[in-house]
Design a protein around this ligand. Structure first.
Ligand code: UDP
Length: 485
């Protein structure tokens, strides 16, 4: 007798931040390609941003949809329409933002009450511990989706267990690599734990204990030792990435995350005219604020390096002062044909995967790190805050695919003030770019390593360990459905 085919419906709930919505949407596409029905919970403004992404997926026959719940911005004391962390004008608003996210719990529960059959599982990011309560209420298994690496998860655990609070610098204990941190490089919450943060950390820990498993956007061969280490710390850990590789067609790579500030054809033809591996792509993610003074130094460094470049200046950073400087210096005329400035949002995966791109000046966000790895592009690492210094150490010390710009410590999360250690000057920007683009033995070796990792990433997703881990996840959920309905 043929076994009954169970209809699976997964609810994906990302934190409302680009670095969570983007990978969870990609993961949703991967699941939908495996015949799972996927609903992504979001809000009206984010639904507009992601409409094109979902449209591509539906056009290729995938069963995936966005469900928009009204976001209680005003009730939480936020400006109207402030529905994504990249719209927070100050990180002082972050706790209001998290409160507003938590207020989505009741509308989410009401939405689930209207579903028949109820969803098969919830996959939500670690920063939303209240989604565990929703899963418990409906007796649905919940999996945590981690948007950071096993290396970071494991090392930060080791550091929080060690008594390092009073030391200025220290080595991460009991790991196979020599990873040294300066105190100033640790995320703010590891240096001092404010009272309301303690509560959130406590909730996250509790929700981890009740979750059915942890899914990490990474792949086993890249950080094998740390994956194994994490498996000893947590139940049911599976690496299922890099999820950005689900974007195969040009249109999918272009329409990802936000409305682009550059025309697709112009962007591609600009890159087409450049020599293979000659272009440096500079972008600092969706949240970093870069001060006007630092922007000028970056521009001068890119200009002096003599390589063609695409430079993304985040919308919030395109201040009057920056525009005035670009205009008065005739910067864009000086670099005409060689330098392309994107003000706002760039199609990062499309650009990185173009054959003309040979280096990535980046802030060490985990998604950007994976996207650089998948494109086989060596990196200049410039961490700014959160867990980005962990990623820098992983890129440079563990994988050997990057050159450090030399950032000494975290800047205030989301603050555009000058770095406390002073600016990274243009000549350091220039030297680091030259080093990463360099064809000397060390440079060739670095490039060879990252190209090898790109192949391994592809293998992991196309029938390798990550593919298998998604199969195991689907089997696990199916088993739960069989046992409970
Ligand atoms: N991103 C993009 N275009 C931009 C800026 C960012 O596509 O102009 C995407 C990038 O590809 C990545 C995400 O936004 O997927 C940023 O996530 P990451 O973890 O690298 O950094 P964060 O934004 O959290 O600092």
């Amino acid at each position: 007798m043929a076994s009954k085919v169970h209809h699976l419906h997964f609810l994906l709930i990302p934190l409302l931040s680009q670095s969570h919505i983007i990978p969870l949407t990609d993961f949703g596409k991967l699941l939908a390609k495996r015949s799972v029905e996927v609903s992504i919970i979001t809000t009206p403004l984010n639904a507009i941003r992601y409409r094109a992404t979902i449209h591509h997926a539906i056009e290729s026959g995938l069963r995936i949809q966005l469900i928009a719940l009204e976001f209680p911005s005003q009730e939480a004391g936020l400006p109207t329409g402030c529905e994504n962390m990249d719209l927070l004008t100050s990180m002082d608003l972050a706790s209001d933002f998290f409160r507003a996210c938590e207020m989505l719990k009741t509308p989410l529960e009401n939405m689930i009450l209207g579903l028949d059959p109820k969803p098969s599982c919830i996959i939500s990011t670690n920063a939303l511990p209240w989604t565990q309560q929703v899963a418990d209420r409906f007796k649905i298994p919940r999996y945590i989706f981690e948007t950071i690496s096993c290396f970071t998860l494991f090392c930060s655990k080791k550091l929080s267990e060690a008594q390092i609070q009073d030391l200025e610098s220290f080595l991460v204990p009991n790991i196979p690599h020599k990873i040294e941190f300066k105190r100033a490089q640790l995320p703010e919450n590891m240096r001092k734990t404010p009272k309301d943060f303690e509560k959130v950390i406590d909730q996250i820990k509790k929700s981890q204990l009740s979750a059915r498993g942890t899914l990490v956007n990474s792949f086993e061969k890249m950080e094998h030792w740390y994956v194994e280490g994490l498996k000893k710390e947590r139940e049911n850990v599976r690496c299922i990435g890099p999820v950005s590789l689900c974007n195969e067609k040009v249109g999918e790579k272009f329409d990802r995350g936000n409305k682009n500030s550059i025309d697709e054809n112009y962007c591609i033809s600009w890159l087409d005219w450049k020599e293979p591996k000659s272009v440096i792509y500079a972008c600092f993610g969706s949240l970093c604020r870069v001060s006007p003074g630092q922007i000028k130094e970056i521009g001068l460094g890119l200009e002096a390096s003599c390589f063609p470049f695409v430079w993304v200046i985040r919308g919030l950073d395109c201040s009057h002062e920056v525009e005035k400087w670009l205009f008065e210096e005739k910067f864009e005329e000086r670099v005409e044909g060689r330098g392309l400035i994107v003000r706002g949002w760039a199609p990062q995966v499309l650009i990185l995967s173009h054959q003309s791109v040979g280096g990535f000046l980046m802030h060490c966000g985990w998604n950007s790190t994976l996207e650089g790895v998948c494109a086989g592009v060596p990196m200049v690492t410039w961490p700014m805050f959160a867990e980005q210094f962990y990623n820098e150490k992983f890129i440079v010390n563990v994988l050997g695919i990057g050159v450090r710009i030399g950032a000494e410590g975290c800047v205030k999360f989301g603050g555009a003030e000058e770095q406390s250690q002073g600016l990274v000057k243009w000549d350091r920007v220039k030297r680091s770019i030259e080093e990463v683009m360099d064809g000397d033995e060390e440079g060739k070796e670095r490039r060879r390593r990252v190209e090898k990792l790109a192949e391994m990433a592809k293998e992991a997703l196309e029938g390798g360990s990550s593919y298998l881990n998604v199969t195991l996840l689907i089997q696990d959920v199916t088993q739960h459905v069989i046992n409970n309905y």
